[in-house]
Design a protein around this ligand. Structure first.
Ligand SMILES: [Zn+2]
Length: 456
């Protein structure tokens, strides 16, 4: 894919360049890691209290080790609490360890070919100008810092609501997962650019309403670009003076189900917020879903190469497990055919780690639609983790286009069956909450400890 917005902006860049050079120096010397260390612990330890008592940011599991990022000032406290850990920062910081063997690929400039909020905004506007008959830009809501949450609708007769199934591709829940914005955006661009030349694309666009919501967390993204590359949450100022709510733990289904799949601690990377939908960004998605006839959804994240489906809040199959298995296997096969990369498929809780209050569980529970989380490449932290290179963008897009087209095709073919009469929303919600209360009680008494892995 070409990156038009970049080429088109060269003329206005001299002043901006000076700023970039200045900022690159002040940030690239330590990659924003100066006050933090990466530590590893044995993953078989009971780490529940560690995560509850210290603001550690789980990054990944590798072999027998689990890696956390933590501010230096907490290291002594963690040691005194009896945890034995190894310092691993040098392995992940090319500045500290030149010539190290790990391929950690920081891309150039501040955000290089990746989109900032403003760059995304101008690209979306340019797409609407270029393809006015098949696309329209909507604002679903405002972020805390008053940025727009954009949705690009792609369909024939785009200004009218037709009796067509809707499907949505979302990205950018987590600020540091820059690639997760690029993929839905490029899928949208591909549909627009090939509408007149490709019969299959024309059929999909004519038969469905496709919604691209590339950036759920614009404030977090800007903070990740300008201040701290590994920032994850939104920019909520919490009651304890810390910042950020994890938007992908703030949805209303199974919210706060336990403190393994999300954290009650405001300074934690997966802090769930004070209540479900406490954040304007998740509220915008909630309103959008209540106003549209969604039939399927993919929420892009990074990293780990996996296609995940509900449940995430507990390791248990939904009644639609066979359908989820079938769809995720088909998508993984399509991905494999492009670059030979293997994406693991499975229930989120079983394949990755427990999450509660996340988007996919919520979309499935309340709207009864297939909802997936696709964790994009790389596979692990050693291959870049949250930091993809610029060259990755097109490669990852190419392999994720066929499964996206497949799912659009699927919602068109299964439209009648996938949209049952819904029980009234609030009735359904109360029922689920009642059920959950019982499960929570059961679970507390069993002392179950789920898998704890890095939050993505
Ligand atoms: Zn994520």
């Amino acid at each position: 894919m070409t990156r038009n917005n970049y080429n088109g902006k060269k003329g206005s860049r001299p002043i901006f360049l000076v700023v970039i050079i200045f900022l690159s120096f002040s940030y690239s010397t330590d990659n924003g890691l100066s006050d933090t260390e990466i530590i590893s612990l044995n993953k078989n330890l009971d780490l529940r209290d560690l995560a509850l008592n210290f603001p550690v940011d789980p990054l990944m599991v590798e072999g027998q080790k689990i890696y956390f990022q933590v501010e230096k000032k907490h290291l002594e406290g963690i040691r005194q609490a009896g945890y034995f850990f190894s310092l691993e920062t040098h392995r992940f910081n090319p500045q500290i360890s030149p010539g190290h063997s790990i391929k950690l690929r920081w891309q150039g400039g501040l955000n290089g070919a990746y989109h900032s909020y403003k760059e995304l905004e101008s690209e979306l506007q340019a797409l609407v100008r270029a393809y006015p008959s098949i696309t329209r830009l909507y604002i679903l809501g405002k972020s805390l810092e008053n940025r727009n949450i954009y949705a690009l609708k792609i369909s024939d007769n785009v200004s009218t609501r037709e009796n067509e199934p809707a499907i949505t591709f979302l990205g950018g829940h987590h600020a540091r997962e820059w690639i997760s914005l690029e993929i839905p955006l490029l899928i949208g661009k591909h549909l627009l650019e090939n509408y007149t030349s490709d019969d299959r694309i024309k059929f999909l666009v004519d038969s469905a309403e496709i919604w691209v919501i590339p950036l759920v967390n614009p404030d977090g993204l800007q903070y990740s670009i300008l201040n701290y590359r590994l920032w994850r949450k939104n920019r909520r100022l919490n009651y304890d003076g810390s910042y950020g709510v994890d938007l992908n733990r703030n949805y209303s289904f199974a919210w706060a189900y336990d403190s393994l799949g999300s954290s009650p601690n405001p300074s934690s990377a997966d802090y769930r917020g004070l209540e479900p939908f406490s954040e304007p960004e998740t509220r915008a998605i909630n309103n959008f879903f209540h106003n549209h006839n969604l039939a399927a959804a993919i929420s892009y994240h990074s990293f780990s190469q996996s296609i995940l489906y509900p449940w995430g809040y507990l390791d248990q199959a939904t009644e639609d497990e066979p359908l989820f298995q079938q769809l995720s296997a088909a998508m993984a096969e399509l991905i494999y055919q492009v670059n030979g990369r293997i994406y693991e498929t499975g229930r989120a809780a079983a394949a990755l780690y427990l999450t509660n209050g996340d988007f996919a569980d919520w979309a499935y529970a309340f709207f009864q639609i297939p909802a997936f989380t696709i964790e994009l490449p790389p596979l692990d932290l050693a291959q870049g983790g949250f930091v993809n290179s610029e060259a990755d963008i097109d490669e990852i897009f190419q392999e994720n286009l066929p499964p996206a087209l497949f799912l659009i095709d699927w919602v068109i073919a299964n439209y009648e069956e996938t949209i049952p009469e819904r029980p009234p929303y609030f009735y359904l919600k109360r029922e689920l909450e009642k059920r959950l209360e019982i499960i929570v009680k059961d679970r507390k008494s069993s002392g179950f400890l789920g898998k704890e892995q890095g939050v993505k």
